[in-house]
Design a protein around this ligand. Structure first.
Ligand code: D9A
Length: 416
């Protein structure tokens, strides 16, 4: 906590968000009366930290269904990811995982000891038990998406992941992320929280997944290269290097940065769809659930843009304070549009006029700004409010003063 506050010292609103987050009651949900749910939410909290909190804030009607959707997909992922499992063993599991989730008592112990979510599959009978208690409508949606994703993964596991063209890149991301967006949209419409139109707009649902996945793929260049995974499309990196791994060579530093802005620009292409999707979402808990990962993605893109560290350091992340601040602020479309505008401006301000994508990125940022001004006029006042808090405190800033006091309280409690 103390180090998170230190990292956010020049961002008073983040300090405030961190303190509020830290002082909030820790045990918000009590699952002790239901041992099965206790196990399920234990696994959820183990696999994803901040996202688990967002799932748990969903309305009761959808909470378990989405928690189980997440855990089923995570189980599938944990089989696909494990390079210690022979292909002949792996492929049948990927192709039949949508049937496995109906088999009471099924567990899986063939993961290597170092696989990080190994325990989830060792106790997968709990996930299956929970899945079988869901309404049949939710079971069908989960099983359908699992079948399509499992077959896609089996295909890539057999043929190898050869992302040559941008169309290949979009297709790969569709299987591993876009399908998740489609499934969630079907759930939102099926439960009646959202209009049937949400499930119908498969293009927009797909973009929700693609924007997240492409941001992660751009960020994880070095980590994926180390594990011999290549997701950046050759149609892009081929413009800047002979081999993808040449981008890390210090002598190619300028080309690497150009390639990075090409990847950032490509991901930004989904932002219009994301805004249009979020505009449709009316249920407040669904809205936050959908919006938070997207604002974190744009904050991450901002951190990646013109950042050569992508090629030299693994695990570069946005500040904890920034995450907590974004989670707090993303509760309606005007505020989310303001966050998009804020980061679009920051991205634009960092752009290098000598970069070949300087104009493309500028246009993309301008389009975001224009859409928000036209469709979400309330975002202008929100943006002014956000900017007052984002900037390092000038003398007399009420926000800074409040944040410093709050920060002192937090530090005291850390050392108490
Ligand atoms: C999501 Cl059920 C994901 N993925 C995410 C998380 O958000 C999406 C996996 C399973 C589910 C949902 C998500 C959330 C809300 C609406 C969505 C949606 O569509 C309408 O999916 C598109 O990343 C994984 C895929 C991108 C492959 C789909 C957000 C998440 N965040 C991480 C943050 C991090 O640092 O990785 O998982 C986390 O908190 O661990």
């Amino acid at each position: 906590m103390a180090s998170a506050i230190l990292a956010s010292l020049f961002h008073p609103s983040e300090v405030l968000a961190l303190v509020q987050y830290k002082l909030a009651p820790k045990t918000k949900y009590d699952y002790s009366k239901d041992k099965m749910r206790e196990r399920l939410y234990h696994h959820l909290n183990m696999t994803s930290r901040s996202f688990a909190a967002v799932i748990q804030d969903l309305d009761e009607e959808l909470k378990d269904a989405i928690c189980l959707f997440y855990l089923v997909l995570r189980g599938l992922d944990t089989i696909e990811d494990d390079m210690t499992i022979e292909l002949d063993t792996k492929i049948p599991y990927l192709k039949t995982f949508h049937e496995i989730i109906y088999q009471k008592g099924w567990t899986f112990t063939k993961n290597g000891p170092n696989e990080k979510d190994r325990q989830l599959l060792v106790e997968f009978d709990v996930v299956i038990e929970g899945f079988l208690k869901l309404k049949p409508a939710y079971q069908t949606i989960i099983a359908d998406i699992t079948e399509r994703m499992g077959n896609g993964m089996a295909h890539y596991a057999t043929a190898g992941i050869h992302v040559e063209t941008i169309a290949d890149y979009d297709e790969y991301c569709h299987y591993v992320a876009g399908l998740v967006g489609l499934g969630l949209s079907e759930m939102f419409s099926a439960c009646g929280f959202e209009s049937p139109l949400v499930a119908k707009r498969k293009d927009l649902s797909n973009s929700m997944g693609l924007f997240l996945q492409k941001t992660n793929i751009t960020r994880d260049y070095l980590e994926d290269l180390r594990d011999n995974r290549r997701f950046w499309p050759k149609e892009i990196w081929g413009l800047y290097a002979e081999k993808m791994e040449d981008l890390v060579k210090p002598e190619n530093c300028d080309k690497a940065k150009e390639c990075l802005s090409h990847m950032v620009w490509n991901a930004m292409g989904h932002m219009k769809d994301v805004l249009e999707y979020l505009e449709m979402i009316k249920n407040p808990s669904c809205f936050k659930f959908c919006a938070i990962p997207q604002v974190m993605a744009i904050a991450t893109l901002n951190m990646l843009h013109t950042n050569y560290k992508i090629f030299t350091h693994e695990n570069i992340k946005i500040r904890k304070g920034e995450t907590v601040w974004l989670m707090k602020e993303s509760d309606n479309i005007d505020k989310v549009a303001a966050i998009f505008r804020l980061y679009a401006r920051q991205i634009n301000n960092k752009s290098n006029p000598l970069d070949p994508h300087f104009v493309n990125i500028g246009v993309a940022c301008g389009e975001i700004e224009q859409i928000c001004v036209d469709k979400f006029p309330g975002s202008t006042a929100e943006l002014a409010r956000l900017q007052a808090g984002v900037m390092a405190g000038t003398s007399g800033s009420v926000i800074t003063a409040a944040a410093v006091v709050a920060g002192a309280v937090a530090l005291k409690s850390t050392f108490a």
